[in-house]
Design a protein around this ligand. Structure first.
Ligand code: HEM
Length: 228
């Protein structure tokens, strides 16, 4: 009889699917030039990434940094078909790290952008206008890199499903996977207290990112009274 074990905890799954929605909204609104929505989606991504950062340390077994770093040296084994463990496979760790780092850069850099007209990011005032324009240029260029990486991610997941007959999407929805050997141990940890703490840290990141704490520039001096 097949045995199913817990592999992805609920907060990690909620993080993943919320990230998908936030990234799609950020990309669509950015392309359409709807900066009000774009800024909100960017702030949502910063918050989600801060949550995931905390979850690297507080989450359950296969979401933790130890499991991810432990998989990396096994890339040669994986390529020889000798990787049979639950959680991210060694190449999956690379793709995940690439996406998270790039999304981190993209969402944080967005906070410092300006469109040289009406829009300014919430932390724009912390740097000079010249630096902000430079960051804005990089923010625009990174967009296509991100599109490529996400496209590769989705294509890989579909390849596993349709060609290798290994459905990775189902565990990302249900949280469980079929144990095919004794190395398939159920994930432990990542319970309520860890979740609340990670949410508090993510809330702190949102507070910093939305910029209400940045001192406002002094109002322009009143024009000198004309003699007549
Ligand atoms: C904007 C689009 C997407 C982004 C930014 C994204 C990002 C990510 C990230 C960061 C992870 C690692 C999860 C973690 O441990 O934190 C991941 C895993 C995963 N994603 Fe996505 N994802 C996207 C779209 C999708 C879509 C559309 C699907 C389904 C067709 C999908 C299926 C999966 C699956 C199955 C995994 C787990 C892979 C494994 O078992 O190692 N993703 N994704």
């Amino acid at each position: 009889m097949s045995r199913h074990i817990r592999v992805w905890d609920l907060p990690l799954r909620l993080f993943h699917w919320s990230l998908v929605v936030a990234v799609v909204v950020a990309m669509a609104s950015g392309l359409k030039g709807n900066m009000q929505v774009h800024e909100k989606a960017g702030l949502a991504i910063v918050t989600l990434l801060a949550f995931r950062l905390a979850w690297l340390f507080l989450g359950s077994t296969y979401a933790r940094i130890g499991a991810l770093l432990g998989a990396l040296p096994r890339i040669p084994d994986y390529l020889r078909g000798q990787w049979r463990k639950p959680g991210h496979n060694p190449l999956g760790v690379l793709s995940m790290a690439g996406m998270l780092l790039l999304l981190g850069w993209q969402s944080v850099s967005g906070l410092f952008t300006n469109d040289d007209s009406v829009f300014t990011g919430p932390l724009y005032r912390l740097i000079s206008k010249a630096d902000s324009l430079w960051v804005t240029g990089l923010h625009r260029q990174t967009f296509w890199l991100l599109v490529g990486l996400i496209g590769l991610h989705v294509a890989t997941v579909l390849f596993y499903w349709l060609v290798k007959k290994n459905n990775l999407i189902k565990p990302m929805i249900t949280g469980t996977t079929e144990a095919i050997n004794d190395e398939y141990k159920p994930a432990t940890g990542g319970r309520w207290l860890a979740f609340v703490l990670s949410c508090v840290l993510a809330g702190g990141a949102l507070y910093v990112a939305q910029g209400s704490w940045v001192p406002k520039p002094p109002p322009p001096a009143p024009a000198a009274a004309l003699p007549f």
